[in-house]
Design a protein around this ligand. Structure first.
Ligand code: FAD
Length: 459
């Protein structure tokens, strides 16, 4: 259908830089319609958590003027993609639809049905790789199966053809001039109002593509040399802070890889070590999607099925609430949980400590922790969140052995030796106002090991 406009459907790729779907739409040479659909109704779609909705609002609010700057308008519509998109094609007479791929099962199913339905109607449809360095099905073991251990997975990635170079942002777009009604972003009510709990998120973050690039630049030039040695120290601010920007696709992993390689070239040993470690973390991000692709129910089903026998005791709701609110009386745990509530993020080391404490010292099912993180993290990601929860709980792929139970006090001594991170987040620490521990670390550890015995015996 020559002369018919091209639709570019934005999803987890809220950027104009290195956006293959956008580049394809522009290259087709017809006017471009840019759309974002808020789809909370399609079968199997997991509704976004509160912090994610906050981020999404601001990310869309940043993308729209970025697109206008190159002469395209961002259309917003809400509803199931399988209704909205074909209706938009019919309404505008579009001849082509372009999108970047996503990897959850429900999303893939919707995309596959849309692709074949639109093609049956004579519409050109193309999808692209844009959110991972290596698409999940392109990396496989010698037997053709998915990897379940990170190190050989990452080795195989490095032996595979290198990820494509990032694509430049189009400098101008022939934006479609027709009329199509869209929603006003505020109508979606993605921001909290009663109460407005997002003050700490506003202080901590600036969603959007420009800020993602600024953070990367700052990280590569100011922090990379110390990353390998300091990334585990939560008070240090030694990591990139890129995870929500990567989650929402405001920056692509290909761009991050490319820029990191540029800085590494000709740099000294500390930068080289930092770069290798940083890219390995991006590798973990890919690995999480690789595992999710093979095990789509990762957020609800034990990856190691023998964990189905784990004897979780009846839920202790008071203990769960204390963990969520950061009032367990274990300072490093409370610091992490309060950082999460205030800012929508938590340092990786502390995420591991609080997850271990919930699942092992409090013997609360990892799924409840995963759900809390899903609701409170600005980087809440279907693959990374579920994978890491199972990894800490011991039920996951390449998981830490269950019997290696973190002692949160020793962890705090090692990674927050001066209590700086704890004081930043728990101002009443050390005063009478700070609660007594809700659990004894030594006896709860023993109880966890006894519970795990049931799993070992069931094998
Ligand atoms: P950096 O140290 O700068 O790392 C660079 C990038 O690598 C990150 O932005 C992230 O995209 C990726 N990365 C780093 N560590 C991991 C990891 N362990 N797994 C996967 N990717 C990683 N990360 C999310 O993006 N979303 C989640 O929902 C999420 N949930 C988690 C839940 C638990 C229980 C744990 C232990 C970890 C979770 N992580 C999650 C991983 C990790 O904690 C964050 O990616 C990291 O803290 C983000 O900070 P950063 O961007 O400064 O990381």
């Amino acid at each position: 259908m020559v002369g018919a406009p091209s639709i570019v459907w934005f999803r987890d790729d809220l950027r104009i830089d290195d956006n293959p779907a956008l580049v394809a739409a522009v290259s087709r040479g017809e006017p471009v319609i840019a759309i974002y659909l808020l789809d909370e109704e399609s079968d199997g779609f997991r509704p976004y958590g509160g912090a994610a909705r906050w981020w999404l609002h601001h990310s869309l609010a940043a993308l729209a003027p970025d697109l206008e700057g190159i002469s395209a308008r961002l259309l917003l519509r809400r509803g199931p993609a399988e209704q909205i998109l074909p209706a938009l094609v019919a309404e505008t007479g579009a001849g082509a639809v372009f999108w970047n791929r996503r990897y959850g099962r429900a999303e893939r199913e919707v995309d596959a049905r849309l692709k074949s339905g639109l093609r049956d109607d004579g519409v050109e449809v193309s999808s692209f790789a844009a959110s991972l360095l290596y698409e999940p099905w392109t990396i496989a073991t010698g037997q053709g199966t998915p990897y379940s251990v990170f190190t050989p997975f990452w080795r195989a990635c490095q032996a595979a053809p290198p990820p494509r170079a990032p694509l430049d942002a189009p400098t101008t777009i022939d934006g479609w001039a027709g009329q199509a009604g869209g929603d006003d972003l505020d109508e979606w009510r993605l921001l909290p109002t009663q109460p407005d709990w997002a003050g700490g998120l506003r202080d901590a973050w600036e969603p959007g593509e420009a800020s993602a690039h600024r953070l990367l630049d700052e990280f590569l030039h100011e922090k990379l040399a110390a990353y390998d040695t300091e990334r585990d120290i939560p008070a240090q601010g030694a990591t990139s802070g890129l995870s929500p920007h990567l989650r929402w696709g405001e920056i692509s992993p290909n761009r991050v890889l490319h820029e990191t390689e540029q800085v590494r070239r000709g740099a000294g040993a500390a930068v080289a070590a930092g770069a290798t470690r940083f890219l390995t973390e991006l590798g973990w991000r890919d690995f999480c999607s690789h595992v999710l692709f093979a095990a789509p129910d990762l957020a609800t089903v034990n990856w190691r099925r023998e964990f189905d026998a784990f004897p979780w005791p009846p839920l202790n709701e008071a203990a769960l609430a204390a963990w969520q609110q950061g009032t367990t009386g274990i300072p490093i745990v409370d610091a992490g949980m309060r950082e999460l509530w205030r800012t929508g993020t938590m340092h990786n080391r502390v995420r591991m400590i609080v997850a271990s404490f919930l699942t092992k010292n409090l013997l609360i099912d990892w799924r409840l922790g995963e759900q809390w993180f899903w609701d409170t993290l600005v980087d809440a990601d279907a693959a990374s969140n579920a994978f890491n929860w199972q990894w800490v709980a011991g039920s996951g792929a390449d998981a830490a052995p269950y019997f290696r139970i973190f002692n949160p006090e020793l962890q705090a001594k090692k990674f927050d030796p001066h209590g700086e991170y704890i004081r930043q987040n728990v101002p009443e620490w050390g005063t009478d106002a700070y609660p007594q521990p809700i659990v004894d670390l030594a006896s709860s550890r023993k109880a966890a090991l006894a519970a795990y015995d049931v799993v070992t015996r069931s094998k």
